[in-house]
Design a protein around this ligand. Structure first.
Ligand SMILES: [Zn+2]
Length: 67
């Protein structure tokens, strides 16, 4: 007699969002939005106009990489 539980595929690594507390989820989302907006435009940030990566993009990148 087998007691195998049906229909329980191993959970693959999903977006880390699920396991993060809401404040961190917000931080992640904001960071992603910042990275989407602050893009490299011929060496300058398309939003700030400062040398790319600008402070905001660098900060967002740092936040994301720390997750
Ligand atoms: Zn920028």
């Amino acid at each position: 007699m087998h007691a195998a539980s049906p229909g329980h595929p191993p959970r693959l690594a999903r977006q880390a969002d699920d396991r993060l507390p809401p404040p961190l989820q917000r931080l992640l989302k904001t960071a992603q939005q910042e990275i989407d907006r602050h893009i490299n435009d011929c060496g300058l940030c398309a939003v700030c106009g400062s040398a790319f990566p600008c402070d905001r993009a660098a900060l967002a990148d740092l936040a994301l990489s720390a997750m």
